[in-house]
Write a protein that binds this ligand. Structure first.
Ligand SMILES: *Cc1c(COP(=O)(O)O)cnc(C)c1O
Length: 428
């Protein structure tokens, strides 16, 4: 037997990691043995940045000391609070500031965007999505079809993998779009599928959609803070994301929205309106007649949710200090590649355990989805006993998401070792 290629020790990689110090900026929950867990669940709820508490305390202090004057006075200026998130959000997703706004929650924003970008007509009324999309997206799209008096079964077209495959091929997505042609009103796909971890080719899908005259949008819940996105250059029409997964902005946190610059000065676009989307220069004249702000800001409804936004601002500052997505993505690819090689090194047959996430780094973010055909739940519980927080998705997938800001190479090796122990004990 030849010795397998010896990997660089994790401790060495951690010592050389320029992002290693960011781990100290997060609260790592303690595991069963008292030491911090290996937290691989940032795709579900990112860990708490230590800066979050102080950020919220500041707003409590303002509220306590100033009451309503907090809207207009330092340090908070609540009136303009949401604007302080714009530049960092634009950097995060590769957009111009006029193209982004932070507001509401993800599913709410999906609806607001679909109201504007799913405008079915008698002949062009189809909406294309991934089969097995996150349920909220399924329900949102279904109800949007009904809103227009359409039968969801007729209006919604779902992309499904080829028989025997787990993920979608870009060429199949493009062919489906071309086949739908003039009947296709809108494409709405996840940036990264929550279940398989597959990252879609956003630029190619957008191009294919535009070629048949459809609007193209993305739910970036699993892509924002995970992938290095270029929404403006990729010509995406609209997108939204949550901030509590890879952006560590707290449970139920706020959401980001992107609307391409070409719609920035289109007050004619149908939308649901509220006073916070109204031209700010005359907002407080409280007059009739909605006049939207230019850009994504014109989709706002309500005055800003200061507390979740305060946390989000602190989190975005960490991303910027870490060097933004290019730096985070470099480490992320290394972490995931190491996890992948440790899992493949178990040499288990695919009918026992298989990674369904694409092997090509360009087609995935940090998450690996492991399909466990036998004793999956047992394995998941074993990992939990070892202080490894993964997540379980019915019927038998374990999702593992090592993230660059607080996961170490040591964490990855802990998972690898636990998987090895479980496999050995299984063989005995
Ligand atoms: C997490 C997630 C959601 C959750 O929606 P909320 O409105 O934030 O509760 C929706 N869609 C996708 C694709 C998700 O991954």
């Amino acid at each position: 037997m030849t010795a397998p290629h010896a990997p660089t020790p994790a401790a060495e990689l951690d010592a050389a990691d320029s992002l290693a110090s960011f781990r100290q900026e997060f609260h790592l929950p303690p595991g069963p043995d008292g030491r911090p867990v290996a937290y691989f669940c940032g795709n579900s709820l990112g860990l708490m940045p230590k800066a979050a508490r102080a950020a919220v305390e500041t707003e409590f202090d303002t509220w306590a000391r100033l009451g309503v004057e907090g809207h207009f006075e330092a340090p908070s200026f609540w009136m303009h609070f949401h604007e302080t998130l714009t530049e960092a959000s634009a950097r995060l997703v590769g957009a111009k500031p006029i193209e982004v706004v932070v507001m509401n929650n993800l599913t709410v924003n999906l609806h607001l965007l679909l109201v504007s970008f799913y405008r079915p007509t008698a002949t062009r009324y189809k909406i294309l999505m991934e089969g097995g999309a996150f349920p909220s997206d399924q329900y949102a799209i279904e109800s949007q079809a009904r809103l227009h008096g359409l039968d969801p079964a007729d209006a919604i077209v779902e992309l499904v993998p080829r028989p025997g495959e787990h993920t979608l091929r870009t060429e199949d997505i493009e062919a489906t779009i071309a086949g739908l042609g003039d009947s296709l009103a809108t494409v709405l796909i996840g940036g990264v599928n929550y279940y398989t971890g597959q990252a879609f080719d956003i630029a190619a899908i957008t191009k294919a959609g535009h070629a048949v005259g459809a609007y193209v949008g993305f739910d970036l819940a699993h892509a924002a803070g995970n992938l290095d996105l270029r929404l403006h250059d990729w010509d995406v029409d609209f997108a939204c994301w949550c901030t509590y997964k890879y952006l560590n902005s707290g449970p139920g946190g706020t959401s980001g929205v992107f609307v391409h610059e070409r719609f920035a000065h289109r007050p004619d676009l149908v939308r649901l309106a509220g006073w916070w989307g109204h031209d700010a220069s005359v907002r407080f004249q409280m007059k009739k007649g909605f006049r939207p702000m230019p850009g994504a800001a014109g989709w706002q409804l309500s005055n800003a949710q200061i507390f979740p936004m305060a946390i989000h601002r602190a989190s975005l500052a960490i991303v910027d200090r870490a060097g933004g997505m290019p730096a985070m993505r470099r480490k992320s690819e290394q972490l995931t590649a190491r996890l992948e090689s440790l899992i493949r090194g178990l040499n288990l047959p695919a009918d026992k355990l298989e990674i369904i996430t694409p092997a090509d780094p360009a087609q995935r973010g940090c998450q690996l989805s492991v399909l466990v055909h036998e004793r999956g739940r047992e394995l998941f519980d074993y990992l939990a006993d070892q202080g490894i927080i993964a997540d379980w998705r019915e019927p038998n997938v374990i999702r593992l998401a090592p993230v660059p800001l607080y996961n170490s190479f040591e964490d990855v090796d802990r998972v690898g070792e636990a998987l090895r122990q479980f496999t050995i004990s299984n063989e005995e």
